[in-house]
Design a protein around this ligand. Sequence first.
Ligand SMILES: C[S@@+](CC[C@H](N)C(=O)[O-])C[C@H]1O[C@@H](n2cnc3c(N)ncnc32)[C@H](O)[C@@H]1O
Length: 248
Amino acid sequence: MDSEQPDNEMSLCISTNQSGDHKNECLNGEASNDPSKEWLHSLWWQVSNAQEEKNFYDRSAKNYEIMTDQLHWRAPQLCMKTIANWEQKSGITIPRESVAIDIGAGTGLSGVALREIGFTGPVDALEPSANMFALAKQKKIYRDWYGEMLVEGEETTVPGDMYDLAFSVGVFSDRSAKKGSLSEVVRMVKKGGYIAVIMVARHWPEEFRDHIALMEGEGLVKTLQVDAFDSDMYMREVAAVAFVLEKL
Ligand SMILES: C[S@@+](CC[C@H](N)C(=O)[O-])C[C@H]1O[C@@H](n2cnc3c(N)ncnc32)[C@H](O)[C@@H]1O
């Protein structure tokens, strides 16, 4: 694996808990007057399963871009940066007319970022929240919409071996799109196609990396790039990890 391992992370709490128990520290710690922090805290510490996450995004769709703007949401651009980093390093360019799927497309900010690096091909969306996707649709980027969730161990109705590129920005976590769901994303991609993901570093524990290693061991994927982004790059006070895999 040609990788740069993440070496730091920070939650939105001011102090960092060495034990890794960020949850309790945040709940018992600072009370914020910042609505965008309150919004993020309620996602992180009050949502614990797939249905709650879908409901959370349905409720907050109309404010999503205001909140993420206040949080300096740069995740979509950083996911594309990791694709570009790998392209530069390898000398290989993913064809810009590729057929792509945006996993957890939200209001379409990730689709906009894909267009910004020159991808012109069709982009489908897997997005469980109808309210979020209603806003994404207005951006006129997406072709087909799958209003479904990734759930570990379950298959979506998205056809297999369909896409040249699957990308996912800010979706994988320990709440609903858990590590095992990465296999479902791999299933959607053609052999020789790519999977690009960016996620909060806190959700990149050993088990997540082990799941990728398992898929590598099975000859399903190869890791091409892993980038760690320091606190504040992905979003205010939040560190992230992005990676690119190739489906073999
Ligand atoms: C942080 S938002 C990111 C949206 C968009 N990708 C962006 O860059 O702004 C996460 C999105 O993932 C969706 N989501 C949450 N859990 C999911 C799951 N298990 N499978 C697919 N999408 C999910 C949510 O509905 C939400 O729209």
